[in-house]
Design a protein around this ligand. Structure first.
Ligand code: FA5
Length: 342
């Protein structure tokens, strides 16, 4: 019996060396450890072994069985690693010369307009700043002269967070931060996403973009405001437009205006887009209220300035003749990719 075990071990060592696939390993497992395999034969042979050495032979057979199992297990790991390497070397080659089938993306219409407005203002010496989407109540309201309980807060019903902060309702929320950062004089624009608890319709969204601008310096006046707005709008709309101011109200500007632009579709003659008036309301603005400048640390005896809050989403709608504001947040790829070709 001892010799037979030795023979089988030598045979196993010889054949396991040649096994180089999972199929071959499986065949060996069946041949040695299967129901009708060689180890089972050995166990059955125990019957004929004299009783005094049966225990010793039983242990020897078990040791051989454990040996076969552990060598097979190691061989499986080895063959799996080899097969993986073979796959990497052959099948997974990447041909970088094959032309791509993926489509090219495009900028969102609002991003296109935002970039254009930024470029024009940068060319006129303005700095472009970023703003927060979550703002403190102080920055969004108090610092722009809208104290708690002021009725003007109702004009911008908003989303409050549990910690008392708000989703910014207007880019004007950045005014105080900008004044404190740059002081006077300064020329800064700061675009950003705004949120309001609005009843949504074709021209009102709960999430939209504005672009705020401030110019603070000595002797800044309404004529400067008109010049910058007219220049910027003519460049972005690619037409010579006229602007006009009407009285408006904002607690953070005094005087406050609504800035209208000649309708870019009819040139001011009157059409359905401008409701036959020839003008389109585009941008609230005004001279920065002294209280706002003071809260921003600016000496109002020396400096004054203008501010405006351009409705960027509405400007994109006007530029691309988009009638329905909700399409802009819709994620509709055919609609959004139109800016590629314009
Ligand atoms: C303001 O938000 C002021 N902060 C603007 C301002 C800045 C005035 C600096 C003076 C000085 P108003 O609420 O009107 O103002 O919004 C400004 C522009 O944002 C609007 O003219 C409009 O174009 C756009 N807007 C406002 N609400 C919405 C909305 N729900 N959906 C889309 N656009 C909107």
């Amino acid at each position: 019996m001892k010799e037979r075990i030795e023979e089988l071990k030598m045979e196993f060592d010889r054949v396991i060396n040649d096994a180089n696939s999972m199929e071959m390993i499986d065949e060996l497992r069946v041949a040695f450890l299967g129901k009708k395999g060689k180890v089972t034969d050995l166990l059955q042979g125990l019957r004929d072994v004299p009783s005094e050495s049966r225990r010793e032979m039983g242990i020897a057979i078990n040791n051989f069985k454990e040996y076969v199992e552990s060598v097979l297990q190691n061989k499986i790991q080895e063959v799996k690693a080899l097969e993986l390497q073979r796959e990497i070397n052959s099948a997974e080659k990447i041909d970088i010369t094959i032309p791509s089938t993926s489509k090219k993306g495009s900028l969102h219409p609002i991003s296109v307009v935002q970039k254009e407005v930024e470029e024009v203002f940068k060319s006129m010496g303005f700095i472009v700043e970023d703003g927060n989407e979550v703002e403190t109540e102080y920055n969004n309201f108090d610092a722009v002269n809208v104290p708690r309980n002021h009725p003007a807060r109702d004009m911008q019903d908003t989303f409050w967070l549990d910690n008392g902060e708000v989703l910014k309702t207007q880019t004007s929320a950045g005014q105080n931060r900008i004044l404190r950062k740059y002081g006077a004089p300064c020329k800064v624009i700061f675009p950003g996403r705004c949120f309001r608890n609005e009843s949504v319709d074709a021209s009102h969204e709960n999430t939209f973009f504005q672009l705020e601008g401030m110019m603070v310096g000595r002797d800044i006046n309404v004529a400067n405001l008109i010049y910058f707005m007219k220049t910027m709008l003519s460049k972005v709309l690619k037409k010579d437009v006229d602007v006009r101011l009407r009285p408006g109200f904002f607690p953070f500007t005094e005087p406050s205006f609504e800035l209208d632009v000649t309708c870019p579709f009819c040139g001011g003659k009157g059409c359905p887009t401008c409701k036959h008036g020839g003008w389109i309301e585009l941008c609230p603005c005004g001279m920065i209220h002294p209280a706002v400048l003071k809260m921003g640390g600016v000496d109002t005896n020396k400096y004054q300035g203008f501010a405006f809050g351009l409705g960027l989403t509405r400007l994109a709608m006007m530029k691309y003749n988009i009638k329905e504001i909700r399409t802009l947040n819709s994620g509709n790829i055919p609609f959004l990719s139109q800016t590629k070709t314009r």
